[in-house]
Structure formats: C-alpha cells, structure tokens
Design a protein around this ligand. Sequence first.
Ligand code: XMP
Length: 318
Amino acid sequence: MAFNPSKFIETQAALARQKIGSKPALLALSGGVDSSVAALIVHQAVGAQLHCVFVDTGLMREREAEQIKAAFAPLGLRLEIVNASERFFSALKGAEEPEQKRKIIGEQFIRVFEEYAKGHHIKVLVQGTIAPDWIESGGAGRDTIKSHHNVGGLPEQMGLELFEPLRDCYKHEVRILARELGLPPLISERQPFPGPGLGVRIVGEVTREKAEIVRKCCVVVEEEIEKAAAAGEIERPWQYFAALLPTKTVGVRGDERSYHYTVVVRAVRSLDGMTANFSHLPPKLLEKISSRITNSVREVGRVVYDITNKPPATVELE
Ligand code: XMP
C-alpha cells in the first residue's frame, strides 16, 4: 500500500493525544529530519505540553544550534537549548572503542534529559526513532551492528512512558512527512546525521580539538558537494561528510616536513542507510575538497576518499 503522509500524521497525532493526554512530554530535538518530524506531529496534537530540548554536545555540526533555533522558533515550538559540551568531552576522555564511545554519549544524553525531566515533571518521552535504528541495534532478533543511540534507558530508569511515532518509518518516508508538514528544506532535505554526532566521525579518542577539526572539514565537504550538485555536475549523494583518523602522516609544507592528521571523505548513495554504495565523485571535485581542507585546516596533512560500500563497511566509521 502506498505511503499516505496526511493519513499517517492524523493517526499518529491522534495516538499522541491519547498517550500524552494532559501530561508534559519531552522530545530530544536534534534538528535532524526524524526528531523534527516527530516534534511537529506531537506539537500538532498537544501544543506547548511538548518540551523540545536540543543538547549541544560539542559534537554537532557547524552553527547547528543557531540553525535549529531559526527553523523552529517561527513554528511556535517550545524549545530549549542546553549547552552540555563540557560533560560530554570529559566523559569521553580516554575512550577509544566505538561501542564504548556510543554508550558514553548515550549515557550523557540520558543524564541531561533526566535532569530536565525531573525539573519539569515530565511523564512521557517522545523519540524520533525510525526503523533502521532499532533493526541495527539488534531489534527483532537481529545481530547488533552498532548501538544506534536514541535516549534509550531513560524511560525505564525514570518510569517515563515512551512514544515513538516514526518507529515503522524509513528515511524517505520521513522526508515525505517533513514536506507534508511544511518544514523548511534545510530540515526536510537535510542529510542524515548520526545521534552520537561527530563522536563517530572521530576514530578513536574524542577531544574538543579533534571535534573542531572534523567539524571544519565537514563544512568543506558539504559546501563543495552541494555547490557541485546545484550546478548539475553531480547528483547529490545521500550522505557526505568528513571523518578524522587518529593516524598522522608525513608531508611537506613549504620547505618543511609536516606531520599531521589524515581525513577521510565519505559520500554515499543509499535509500535508507541499510545498504549504501560509495559515490563516484569526479576527480576534480575531490581535488578541490582535498586542497581546500589542507589549505584551511592546518592540522590536516592528508585527505583520502573512502571507496567502500555498505556492506562490508558501514556508512559512518564507527
Ligand atoms: P551506519 O554507519 O550504521 O549508518 O551504516 C547508517 C545511517 O545511520 C546513521 N547513524 C545513526 N543515526 N543514531 C542515529 O540516529 C546513531 O547512533 C547512528 N549511527 C549511524 C548514519 O549517519 C547513516 O545515515
């Protein structure tokens, strides 16, 4: 049966009304299309009873908090921005193993929301979980590929009820809903961004300095790819970003030896993130990205392009 967005919104809004009633509810708004759509559906149903909280973990994209504020303020949502970067970086200190890092990040999110929920007598937690999140986290008897984090753990610990309106949706359906709800293209057409943010784009230990480096490299990759797509030179990939390896390699800068980080550029075509093929970006575009990164981010001395599909790789590096 074809996906009917207005019917879906109506059904989920009615469910939200039933489940939330007159109780205060909390939603972790990341600004990604999933949590944004979940927020709008529930907001339609219960208005200001829905508290949306954006956590600035220090692992978000460039100017993310500002953009979220600008996109959501006109829609009348109740939105609070919590700056929690200090606690995320200190909790991540020394952690190198990907699953351990994901658990730490998930745990810190829980702590932040727990504090907020206690302070505001929250009874229901709304999440923008979509089907691939729980399937790859070992749902329905499957093996755990990686622990996709949402705010798992919070409902049980705090006796909160959980409401996940998009649980059975795939990404392309969520985008259809976003357009139906009138979300601006900055949100509806936004490429996916993982819950643990840049934390899974920094291979190995996460530090504030590394987050800054990878954030700047992601800006270059996004800008150059979007420019090429707008000019009709390429089809816009499904997802495109930079990741930082812990490996430093030798190079030359002017007449001097340099020893700097390696950055991986990743761009993939996909429908739902479950499988993906690397994009065949033109060499000229890759060269532009590489020279912009090495010219503008002085901590990076080498740029490589990831030519692995999923499987056997995953989209993110951790
Ligand atoms: P992977 O790396 O698992 O990524 O092949 C598939 C898609 O999921 C995104 N991703 C996440 N999304 N929480 C999320 O909400 C997560 O923990 C998470 N990890 C990966 C990834 O960016 C890609 O779009």
